[in-house]
Design a binder for this molecule. Structure first.
Ligand SMILES: Nc1nc2c(ncn2[C@@H]2O[C@@H]3COP(=O)(O)O[C@H]3[C@H]2O)c(=O)[nH]1
Ligand SMILES: [Mg+2]
Ligand SMILES: [Zn+2]
Length: 534
């Protein structure tokens, strides 16, 4: 039979914004005093079961372990997160049985027979497990995307996407309606005036759109900026180009087609919010837009350092010189060269050369090892910036694409934060592989060393703020939404950093004082403060 844990004060567990529920649990069949358990909001039922098992000193909380929790009056309490707090004087009584030891396999007919409890327990655990993917953002998104796909099929690919203004909560309603198709194999999207106006804002929320919709939104940008008309683009070719590019982005956690869309949309948002649509030539807007679209195409999910250290094919082909950015550019132009996707077909040779040169320059500039050099050059240019100067505008485009590429923290908190999770997921997958094969691991990618504030504070302070302020010296409108949001983000992560520091210190003090059992991780113990939105 399991023995009870030693009771230690639970007060040493770090304070949380949402206070945990403190319960006391007395393990039946032992003489040990009731043990305190802190139940944090956000932990799962499986976490709670695991903790109760550890209180009862049962090694593994597998499905053969039956836990029953009763109040002092004998009432059976469902083991879940809604357990009311109690006191040391009136603890819950925990009984632990292990199927195959002393529990009858058959139902003995009584309401709370061990068999029934075991069955119920196993079912609840299964339900809890089934809920885990739903708590996970990617899982949720995948489910939504799969549902939308099914809906598309059901609607025979005839979908109209309607969008309601997001303010004030940035929540989105999408209504799907039947409309006439353009292509038999492709849904046609018609965006409402609300949607197309919202698309022009740098604070746009990317998360509620699926890939086909994002491709259609980019298509809309080409039309709306007058590029389709000016460069006599065939609409079907534009669609094929965008869908081919979409398919050429890999399903990486971060460097995927959604990132491509965000970068492109931020560029489009900056064009609009900074009145550049009238100040730049169509060909310059075309350079910027297509640069954003192809800038990470076919990204393998492993960065340049990995390419070089692992001596990959890309590193060999490009002699270790920005292998990824060179690859993105080459893949993009290979797609553009194909007649079915060649949106530049009607450009004169001179225009094509100008466009190609501009795009290559912008995409290669997204390699952050070029950051310092580009910053210095633009600072000098910005002192006397002239929209009449072609080279000045070429540098402006480079800066805008660079800014758009790393602009997640320039969006509202609820849009930005999931991107950091995606980035860290990709970084951790890389460092895990590097550890496995004995390659050097960058500390900022190491899951044992990285925290969210650690990842963002320096990045925002030393990369984002100087970069956007440098561009802001030529485009002062950037201060209104973009730079102000970046500064809110910085304050948020600085605050979170302080809270984590305090939580770590408190946890260390708790460890020194003795064992108190808490359900949940350190991050749950110090949940994120509310991040300010625009
Ligand atoms: N720490 C941190 N890095 C970022 C963030 N956004 C982008 N990056 C990194 O900056 C890089 C810019 O180019 P990529 O998009 O290829 O890959 C990007 C990421 O590695 C961010 O919010 N935080
Ligand atoms: Mg890149
Ligand atoms: Zn990118």
């Amino acid at each position: 039979m399991p023995a009870a844990t030693t009771t230690m004060p639970a007060a040493t567990v770090p304070a949380a914004t949402t206070e945990p529920t403190r319960i006391f649990v007395k393990v039946l069949g032992t003489t040990d005093p009731p043990a305190p358990v802190l139940v944090y909001q956000g932990c799962t039922r499986a976490d709670l079961r695991a903790t109760l098992c550890s209180v009862a000193k049962v090694a593994e909380p597998d499905s053969r372990v039956i836990l029953a929790l009763r109040k002092g009056d004998g009432a059976l309490m469902p083991i879940g997160l809604q357990l009311p707090a109690n006191s040391q004087e009136d603890p819950y009584e925990l009984s632990v049985k292990i199927i195959g030891q002393d529990v009858p396999e058959q139902d003995n007919g009584s309401e709370f027979s061990p068999h029934r409890i075991a069955v119920l327990d196993a079912q609840l655990t299964a339900v809890s497990k089934a809920m885990d993917p739903i708590r996970d953002l990617h899982g949720l998104q995948a489910k939504v995307a799969a549902f939308q796909k099914r809906l598309e099929l059901a609607e025979k690919n005839l979908i109209m996407t309607q969008y309601k203004a997001p303010k004030p909560s940035m929540r989105v309603l999408k209504r799907l309606t039947k409309v006439e198709p353009i292509f038999a194999d492709q849904p046609k999207y018609i965006f409402t005036p609300d949607t197309v106006a919202y698309l022009k804002q740098t604070q746009f929320n990317n998360w509620q759109w699926e890939d086909n919709e994002m491709a259609a939104l980019i298509e809309h940008m080409f039309i709306e900026l007058g590029l389709v008309a000016r460069f006599k683009m065939d609409l079907a070719t534009l669609k094929r180009f965008l869908h081919t590019i979409k398919d050429a982005y890999n399903a990486n956690p971060f460097h995927n087609f959604r990132h491509c869309f965000c970068v492109t949309q931020m560029f489009y948002g900056m064009l609009n919010e900074c009145d550049l649509v009238t100040k730049l030539d169509p060909i310059e807007m075309l350079i910027g837009l297509v640069s954003c679209i192809i800038h990470d195409v076919d990204h393998p999910g492993f960065n340049n350092a990995y390419q070089v250290n692992a001596r990959t094919e890309l590193a060999i082909i490009y002699n270790d010189q920005s292998p990824l950015e060179n690859h993105h550019c080459a893949v993009g132009f290979r797609i553009l060269r194909s007649p079915k996707c060649n949106i530049f077909a009607q450009l004169s040779n001179k225009e094509y050369e100008h466009v190609r040169k501009g795009i290559v320059r912008c995409v290669l500039s997204t390699d952050l090892t070029k950051h310092g050099e580009i910053m210095t050059k633009f600072k000098a240019t910005a002192e006397n910036f002239k929209f009449a100067d072609v080279e000045h505008k070429a540098q402006l485009l480079v800066m805008m694409v660079k800014c758009a590429d790393i602009s997640n923290e320039a969006r509202p908190a609820d849009v930005a934060e999931p991107w950091l999770d995606c980035l860290l997921e990709e970084y951790f997958a890389q460092s895990d592989r590097e550890k496995l094969v004995g390659l050097p691991v960058a500390p900022f990618m190491d899951r044992d060393k990285v925290t969210k504030p650690g990842a963002q504070i320096g990045f925002i302070q030393f990369v984002l703020v100087p970069l956007f302020e440098n561009l802001g010296s030529v485009l002062p409108q950037l201060h209104v939404n973009v730079i102000s949001q970046i500064k809110k983000s910085l304050a948020y992560y600085q605050d979170l950093g302080e809270k984590l520091k305090a939580a770590t210190a408190a946890a260390a003090a708790a460890a020194a004082a003795g064992p108190a059992t808490a359900v949940g991780t350190a991050e749950r113990a110090a949940p994120a403060p509310q991040k300010a939105s625009a």
